[in-house]
Ligand binder design. Sequence first.
Ligand SMILES: *Cc1c(COP(=O)(O)O)cnc(C)c1O
Length: 448
Amino acid sequence: MGKDSRRLYGRALSVLAGGVNSSVRAEPSPYPFFVEKGDGGEIVDVDGNRYTDYVMGYGPLLLGHDLPERVAGAVQSEVARGPMYGAPTEVEVELAEFVAEHVGSVETLRFVNSGTEATVSAVRLARGVTGRDKVVVMQGGYHGAQESTLVEGDAESPEPSTKGVPSSFARETLPVPFNDEGTVERVFEEHGDEIACVLVEPVLGNNGVVHPVEGYHETLRSLCDEHGALLVFDEVITGFRVGGLGCAQSVVGVEPDLTTFGKIVGGGFPVGAIGGSAELVESFTPSGDVFQAGTFSGHPVTMSAGLETLRYAKDEDVYSHVNSLADELRAGMTDVLEDYAPEYTVVGVDSVFKTVFTRETPESLEGACVSGCEQRADCPRYGTCPKDAGDIDDAETERWKRLYWNGMLDEGVFLTPNGFESQFVCYAHDDEDIDETVAAYERVVSSV
Ligand SMILES: *Cc1c(COP(=O)(O)O)cnc(C)c1O
């Protein structure tokens, strides 16, 4: 960080709330660096410092910062025709066709402008078609900045997790611990006929990266079926990241009724989407009676960026590149921890990674997952690896924020500043980046 970032932050503090336009961006201490530009797998700040970037915009950037020529070309030709129209365009249909073709549970979509808007609309749709009000969410799950999900506590006493959300709204939300079948079964016993949907990330991606335990999503699926509730997978972060073009649902092996998308599906531009069976999604206006609309929805520039990004990912085998690099990275990190801090758990899946600073050392590491916790019941770490948000909260999240994050930044590696959010490998990263990152990781972990 340097004087130009500092000066810009000073100006920002006068005219932007907290100096930023999204809360997490203010987390770097004492002030965030301001970005001059991206460059492949790196980011360059206004003072000319270069960092290997694993934040990747908090998830949307699968390819890294340089758009391949065909993606850039599609975006530029869309811009050249004019920004948007308020009338439909072909590219919206093409992106919808692409998603429907690759994601098993999706037949029909509605595009919106953010992940938040997607989960807002999905919850409204679930409430509209079931005629019920209650929504089950996971503690530590993230579904954007919206009233129905900014709720904490448990199903007995849900509370708004921020000022500005009425308690009466929070009462319609039932938070349960992820991976705990008993609790969600009890909640359905008590409230089964009031529950519109269960809203869940297939893999918790905003809270340390927590894998589902064997059978958890099957339990959610059968509870929803039994009680006439909808199962909604929030794939805003996992969509087109985990499980490749089939998304995380193709890996966990359970079909949701509705899926929310965001991030990667817009190729780096603002986006969200709700997908599912035609019957369900047609319940949105104008074909159905659940109101949904948006001036910018299906924005042609976003649609073309998303479409060309996904086509490129398919044609160029992007997923095997990023997944195998992240595998190497997680394996390297796991090796380092064996020597310096065997109590910590490396987590992640496909191109996602994170270290959770868990506090308990397993009795043996013999036969443990080698490239990130997969939540295998026969892994010696199974008893100590994180299963839910409580386990993540109990980890040394201050160590991440105050020592580890700064240490990695000094090494030229940009990670999310808090101990909760995921890191991502992108298509522009290569073996050398991974080797350097593991070496930096060793220096930092061994010193803090
Ligand atoms: C990022 C995210 C959201 C919110 O998306 P925005 O585009 O930031 O509104 C919702 N759900 C999940 C799982 C996310 O990761």
